[in-house]
Design a protein around this ligand. Structure first.
Ligand code: TPP
Ligand code: MG
Length: 755
């Protein structure tokens, strides 16, 4: 479309661009002097040759106006502290076409400028009010149906719009994951909560398309399609040519995406409803029909700046600003409205003003609605926990037949086997859980035929087949994005991260995304999962830092995330059972740290003693979240608090100390690292005469700090105490690794100092 030229008058030089954009609309309508056609019937093209009919145009126009007036309202009421968000959709309102041409059951992951899309999607269900619902979110009211007042988001449970965070591009992997899950679910006989031919929609900006997280999603979409696997995701790049103040090089988006193999490119003019509609339609139909990843390059513009705080006039020339404002898609929509004969100038201006009134009235009403005023209320959806239901679910045993099949007969059931070590029993537990949950999937790097780098998942591929146990491409962001997508479709994902260091590589998918979904959706959406991570140090002769990473702080610091670490096989089986139950019942995101160095450990004190192998807990035996394990319960000369590799280490040190000092030493395995069970720690500290906190993580922000805080806060700060902890360093290769990690001798030495 050609730009509509404005003469730059004194009015156009104003500081408040929202006001100018607003006046432009009125002035444009008043001064419009085109040919007026005979108004088309509802089902006739709005303009000759347009694929959009008159009814469709009227509704889209109304959605565009709602979006625009919500923006204008936000700018006006922000200064009165009635609204708390001013990043708007002005210039992007053409995205309403994408909503019109898709279904309300196509899961949508939206750009913050997809207000037009949102207003249009509201039409898909009767009795919903885009204006009031949005106003409540702008006002951060507790009544906000999207997030309960926790964020200004586009979100709706009934409309299948999953709320997004402000982190640009972080939603692309899970949108792809959702698309993949739509077709994958059918292949494992899982019934979807939405129609089988649904597509996932994901919108984002032009600058965001360069982000690593976006690029990995495009790559993984292509990787999937190349193998002829369905990935019906519609990537909608809302290209306004700029990201905050940085211009996207002209033509870059088309150049970058037009000819990618296995990412099918479509262009649409999002500034012109009459023109763009057929173009959007082609992209949507292609995606739905071919089930291939589709890239819709939607031309938009940005008027009124990045946000209310962005005074563009301070950093752009007035000529440039006015030129951009003249491409305002609402001016083009006004021209269509008038030329088509569907609206007189008065009708159009009346509609414009009526929409303004409606948005302001809703905002004033939203301002009177309650806010979040108590910490409890704020946190309620973050980490729901129903102990009784979780316990019952963890102990549920009604899948005997499925497990018999998975293990290959009664004699092979793990509880009928001799005691085994950690790696074997994790594998057995996973067989058990995949039999218990037919909707569970296990995936990651090398996990299928090979059974993982440490063969922990060996046999699962054979037992459950390629559809439930599979290798992904090599990208942790995608592994965790897939997990979210599967979870969105009601499946129960068990992704594996090959090493803890590589969790950190993709941590935002849990930190910013998965763990935040219940919070920002007021628990209306859940993405339950159990992420297994091969973790921690002490591997003899292997690896260096990245295979021996001991940074747990980055996980413990994620709100709502459950973090557990087992030191022995029977505990691992029970903990995995609890984690799956937490995921199933309360939608929780759980991280299970598997100490690599203990995978194959069979002995405790002497080579060949077999004392670090344990009987497999039969189904029905459940562990409560937060429950630790206590060795030598009655001993109180010294109590060692620890977890993971620290547990057998502390038990060995205890034997030395008992011989040397005749102390009775209790060893407390925390097992659950987040949330830490403060009450349990306090109860164990109560009778302790001395305490050692043995933490193989790092000195700063390690688990040990939390343990000591719990002890001190419970009033036992006067108990003589020593901390034995990893150094604040990266881990070196070979024998030097043991200089930075706590060892048995360090525990003994610390205890001696407490004499
Ligand atoms: C990962 C990340 N980095 C930086 C930001 C800050 N930021 C917010 S929007 C934005 C520009 C986005 O531009 P674009 O993708 O073109 O979207 P537009 O705002 O133009 O619609 C930036 C840098 C962010 N939100 N997330
Ligand atoms: Mg942009």
């Amino acid at each position: 479309m050609t730009a509509i030229p404005f003469a730059i008058t004194a009015r156009h030089k104003g500081f408040n661009r929202a006001e100018i954009v607003d006046q432009n609309f009125t002035e444009f309508v008043q001064l419009w002097q085109g040919e007026v056609r005979a108004a088309p019937r509802d089902d006739a093209p709005v303009l000759p040759d347009s694929a959009l009919d008159a009814r469709g145009f009227r509704e889209l126009l109304e959605s565009q106006l709602i979006s625009r007036h919500l923006d204008l309202m936000a700018r006006a009421l922000r200064v009165q502290n009635k609204v708390f968000y001013t990043i708007g959709s002005s210039g992007h309102e053409g995205n309403a076409m994408v909503a019109r041409l898709t279904r309300h059951t196509d899961p949508a992951f939206l750009h913050y400028r997809s207000g037009g899309f949102m207003a249009e999607r509201f039409r898909k269900l009767p009795g919903m009010d885009p204006v009031m619902d949005s106003a409540l979110s702008f006002a951060a009211s507790k009544d906000d149906p999207a997030s309960g007042g926790r964020h200004k988001v586009w979100g709706s449970r009934p409309l299948w719009v999953l709320p997004q965070t402000s982190t640009i591009a972080s939603h692309l992997p899970k949108a792809l994951g959702t698309a993949v899950a739509i077709d994958h679910a059918r292949r494992i006989g899982h019934s979807l909560p939405i129609p089988d031919d649904s597509i996932a929609i994901c919108s984002f900006g032009d600058a965001s398309s360069n982000h690593a997280t976006a690029q990995t999603a495009f790559n993984a979409a292509g990787w999937t399609a190349y193998q002829k696997l369905p990935a019906p995701v519609l990537f909608v790049c809302e290209d306004n040519g700029i990201g905050i103040s940085v211009k996207t090089p002209t033509g870059w988006v088309a150049r970058n995406f037009r000819s990618r193999p296995d990412l099918d490119y479509f262009f649409a003019d999002g500034l012109d409803l009459a023109e763009g509609y057929a173009q959007v339609q082609r992209a949507v139909e292609h995606c739905r029909r071919t089930r291939r990843p589709t890239f819709l390059h939607l031309k938009t513009t940005r008027v009124m700046g990045h946000a209310g705080t962005d005074f563009e006039i301070e950093w752009r020339s007035i000529e440039e600003l006015v030129a951009v404002e003249s491409t305002d898609p609402l001016l083009r929509s006004a021209a269509i409205a008038l030329e088509s004969g569907l609206y007189s100038k008065d009708d159009l201006l009346n509609l414009y003003e009526a929409t303004r009134k409606r948005c302001f009235a809703a905002a004033e009403e939203a301002d009177r609605r309650p806010k979040l005023e108590r910490l409890d209320d704020v946190m309620a959806p973050l980490a729901p926990y129903s102990p009784a239901r979780v316990k019952a679910e963890a102990g549920r045993t009604d899948y005997a037949e499925a497990r018999l099949k998975a293990f290959g007969g009664e004699a092979r059931l793990p509880e009928n086997q001799p005691p085994r070590h950690l790696a074997i029993q994790i594998g057995q537990a996973l067989h058990d859980l995949m039999a218990k949950y037919p909707e569970s999937l296990l995936f990651g790097e090398d996990v299928a035929q090979k059974g993982g780098v440490y063969t922990v998942t060996k046999g699962l591929h054979k037992a459950f087949g390629n559809k439930r146990v599979f290798n992904t491409l090599l990208d942790e962001t995608i592994i965790l994005g897939l997990a979210q997508g599967y979870a969105n479709m009601g499946l129960l994902p068990i992704p594996e991260i090959q090493y803890l260091a590589y969790f950190h590589n993709a941590g935002d998918q849990i930190r910013g995304e998965a763990a935040s979904l219940q919070f920002f959706s007021n628990d209306q959406f859940r993405n339950p999962m159990v992420v297994r991570i091969a973790s921690l140090g002490y591997q003899r002769g292997f690896g260096g830092h990245f295979h021996n990473d001991n940074s747990i702080a980055a996980l413990r610091d994620i709100p709502g995330l459950v973090v557990g670490c087992a030191s022995r096989g029977d505990d691992a089986a029970a903990m995995l059972r609890t984690m799956m139950a937490l995921a199933k019942v309360d939608g929780r995101v759980c991280a299970f740290l598997e100490p690599i160095a203990l995978y194959m450990t069979k002995d405790l004190y002497e080579a060949g003693d077999g004392q670090w192998q344990f009987a497999y807990p039969a189904p029905g035996e459940a562990m409560t979240l937060g429950e630790g394990r206590v060795y030598h319960e009655d001993a109180d000369d010294l109590v060692v608090f620890t977890f993971g590799n620290g547990v057998p280490m502390a038990l060995r040190a205890a034997r030395t100390l008992e011989a040397e000092l005749t102390w009775k030493v209790r060893v407390v395995d925390l097992r659950w690292l987040a949330p830490l069970n403060d009450a349990f720690i306090a109860a164990q500290a109560k009778s302790a005469r001395r305490i050692v906190v043995l933490d193989e993580g790092r000195r700063s922000a390690g688990v040990g700090e939390g343990v000591i805080t719990a002890i001190v806060e419970a009033g036992y700060g006067a108990t003589p105490l020593k901390r034995v902890v990893g150094a604040d360093t990266f881990t070196p290769l070979a024998g030097a690794a043991f200089l930075v990690l706590p060892g048995e001798a360090d525990v003994v030495a610390a205890a001696r100092e407490l004499r």
